[in-house]
Design a protein around this ligand. Sequence first.
Ligand code: NAD
Length: 343
Amino acid sequence: KEVARKIPATLIPGDGIGPEIVDVVERVFDALGNPFIWEKHQAGLNALEKSGDLLPESTLDSIRRTGLALKGPLTTPIGGGFRSVNVRLREAFQLYANVRPARTIIPGGRYDKIDLVLIRENLEGLYVGHEHYVPIDGDPHAVAMATGINTRAGSRRIAKFAFDYAVRNSRKKVTIVHKANVLKALTGLFLETAKQVSADYAGQIETNERIVDACAMQLVLNPWQFDVIVSTNLFGDILSDQIAGLVGGLGMAPGANIGEHAAIFEAVHGSAPDIAGQGKANPSALLLAGALMLEHKDMYAEAQWLRSAIDSVLSTEEGRTHDLGGSVSTSLFGDMVIDRIRG
Ligand code: NAD
C-alpha cells in the first residue's frame, strides 16, 4: 500500500537493542508504504566509539534539516562527565512538550481500558538545574538549594499545546495539575496561565484542575476520569511513569518530545544491554512511537492501522516477546505485525 506523503525523517538506531528494534521499525514502515524517507544517523555509545562524540554534528544537522526524528535507546556512559544525550537534544531543539500516552494493550492487567495522555513541560520548572550548596561550619554541603523557574510564556506554550493536542486527537477533557496551594508563585503562575488558555477552548474541551498529590491518588483510585493531563516538569516526570505503571510498566510505553521546529519520538525504555543481540527485545514501544510520529504529521489513518496491527499481534499467545512471558523473537514479531498490515 502506498501512502501519499513521503516525509524526510532522521532515524537513529542507538545502542544495545536499538539496532534490532529499529530494523523492525524500518520493515514495518516499508509495509505501511514508506510514509517517511529515513536519513540514518548515529548517536549514543556507538557514535562515541566511532566519532568521539555521543551526539555527532552530522546527526544534529540531519534533525535540523528534517525537523523530525525517531530515536532508538541510547546508552549514556557512566563516569567521564558525559551529559545525557536526551537532555542535550531537548535543549538543542527546545523540545518543550513531552507527550506520554498510556493505553491498555493487553487486557487482564490490574486496570483495563485505560486511555490517557500526559503532557509535561520539558524545559522549565525545578529541572532547570540551578542547584548549589551552602557551606556552614566547615561542612561544604550543609545546605542544598534548588531554584525552579516557570515563565508565563512557557506555561502558555505548554497549555496551548495540550489543548490543541486534545482537539486534534478528539479528546474531551484537559486536567491542569499543579501545587499552587504551596508553591504559590512557581506553580501558581502555571495554573493561572493554563486556566487563561483554557478559556479559548470553552465549549470544545472540558477543563478541570487537580493538586498533584490528589491527582496521584485519583490515578490509582479512578484513572478513567482522566483524559489529557498537563503539568509542570517535575510533576509531569513522576506522573508519566505512574500512568505507565497503570498499563503494565515502561516496557511498551512510547514518548514524544516536541518543539516548534523539531519533534523527536522514542521508546521510553533504555538500551537493555542484558538482552542486546539475542533477538529477545520487544519492538512495540518504538513502533508505537512511530504511530505517534505518524499522528504528528496528520497521518491518523496510518497510525491507527499500525496500532491495530500491534494490538492484534500482542493479543495472541504466540505474539508475546520474552518480557511478556512469551518466546517470539524480535524479528518474527516484526513479521507478524507486517502480516497484519498487509492483511
Ligand atoms: P532498560 O530500560 O534498558 O532495561 C530495564 C529492563 O527492562 C532490562 O531487564 C531490559 O532487558 C528490559 N527491557 C527494556 N526494554 C526492553 C524491550 N524493548 N524488550 C524487552 N525487554 C526490555 O533500563 P536500564 O537497564 O536502567 O538502562 C540501560 C541503559 O539505557 C543505560 O545506559 C541508560 O542510560 C539507557 N537509557 C536510555 C534511555 C533513552 O535513550 N531514552 C532511557 C532509559 C535508559
